[in-house]
Design a protein around this ligand. Structure first.
Ligand code: ZN
Length: 410
């Protein structure tokens, strides 16, 4: 394969092309990682060109080569799979769900007409309709089990010959749990599972859901405590909450990242790549950012540990992303379709930023305001909103920011 992930410095990651590297140099064994399976790959090649290869050739690695370099035949959603969510009830227990994102109304109508249904792991079947699924937001279908360690949830659509469009919007699988469990984001309602191959960051709260009663005590930098349980049909799992500390030595950080990569298939970074919308006002939801349907462009800030962040934008279910440029970490994303997905630094990750067009009037009080200071953005508190806006405008000058944007657009 031509592409791998390069972990070139502590807590940093970028997509790398093999030709950018010198084969006569030494690279440590866990420097390059296959973006598909998360295993280490090494730099090799012929006299004329370089490529990356898995350490041992297997069926899996042949499949990785095809997927990493081959022309994408699936939409980004089909490829990353359906998201898994946790929800907390009033007594503090967690429950598990699979998330089905909003369908375009035309597709929903067609699915109802053709009586399409989705079946999860050959067990439960759900008819596609407006009661269970939605054209406005993510619909959650409860799950009362996790597949055997390392296995995925599998979905099929019936009748099969009518299901193509649906599987492009959803997928035919969802990531399962590893033997060591799964990591979830922390939100007001619960959290969203970090998909295998995605990244997390230090000093950010996460849930760690495990069968085991305890966290591994021999791994440095895990600052978590038990905070509840996830209720399944035949068993309950332990839910821990806390952070991964960045206040550890380089050797400890190495140990922690390699543990997380090997056991949970997750990459620990010191800065989570992210697109943060600045203008126009948006509403942040767990699904993504809602923007008014009339808007064509969203200006925003690109957070990345890399000096030259890569910006990939998927319009609707288009398979090939547009690649954007940024100026001073600012960029302008066009939203042509009902939605656009913005992935920073990696083409296929599930924690990108989804921009959703909705016929909703958005007033500025709903928006978060960020203050940009050099490379850092700081979220301003929502109370004293007017005062903060004034302070923000005085400090940077809205005009100045808008003219900055014009530069980016052209
Ligand atoms: Zn691989």
């Amino acid at each position: 394969m031509k592409t791998a992930l390069d972990f070139y410095a502590r807590g940093k990651q970028k997509e790398a092309n093999a030709d950018e590297y010198d084969r006569s140099r030494y690279y440590s064994r866990d420097r390059f990682i296959c973006p598909e399976c998360g295993e280490a790959v090494h730099l090799t090649g012929s006299r004329y060109s370089n490529h990356f290869a898995h350490f041992k050739k297997s069926e899996v690695s042949a499949e990785c080569d095809r997927r990493v370099d081959g022309s994408p035949t699936d939409s980004v959603y089909e490829r990353i799979g359906l998201p898994i969510y946790m929800r907390k009830n009033s007594s503090g227990d967690f429950y598990l769900y699979m998330g089905f994102k909003a369908l375009p109304p035309i597709l929903m109508e067609k699915a109802i007409q053709e009586s399409i249904s989705v079946k999860i792991d050959g067990k439960n079947t759900y008819r596609i309709n407006n009661e269970r699924f939605s054209c406005a937001g993510t619909a959650l279908i409860p799950l009362d089990y996790v597949p055997l360690s390392g296995h995925k949830y599998h979905l099929c659509y019936e009748p099969i010959n009518k299901a193509y469009a649906l599987s492009q919007h959803w997928s035919d699988y969802a990531d399962g749990f590893s033997y060591e469990g799964a990591i979830f984001t922390v939100s007001e309602q619960g959290g969203k599972k970090i998909r295998h191959g995605d990244s997390i960051t230090t000093e950010e709260p996460y849930y760690w859901v495990r069968r085991q009663n305890q966290l591994p005590s021999f791994i440095p930098g895990i600052e978590m405590k038990k905070c509840g349980r996830l209720i399944l049909k035949d068993t309950t799992l332990n839910v821990f909450c806390g952070t991964f500390s960045s206040d550890i030595s380089d050797a400890e950080f190495n140990y922690l990242t390699s543990y997380l990569r090997t056991n949970l298939k997750i990459h620990l970074l010191e800065k989570q790549p992210e697109f943060v919308p600045i203008w126009p006002p948006v509403v942040k939801t767990e699904d993504g950012y809602i923007i008014n349907s009339k808007e064509q462009s969203v200006y925003g800030y690109v957070v990345s540990g890399n000096d030259n962040p890569r910006i990939y934008v998927y319009q609707g279910i288009r398979k090939i992303p547009d690649e954007l440029k940024s100026v001073n970490h600012l960029t302008c994303v066009k939203v042509w379709d009902q939605e656009a997905l913005v992935n920073i630094d990696r083409k296929y990750v599930s924690n990108g930023t989804l921009l959703l067009k909705r016929p909703r009037v958005i007033i500025t009080n709903d928006a978060e305001i960020y203050e940009l200071i050099d490379d850092e953005y700081i979220s301003l508190p929502k109370d004293n909103f007017i005062e903060n806006v004034t302070k923000y405008c005085l400090k940077l000058g809205i005009r100045q920011i808008l003219s900055w944007f014009e530069k980016v657009v052209k």
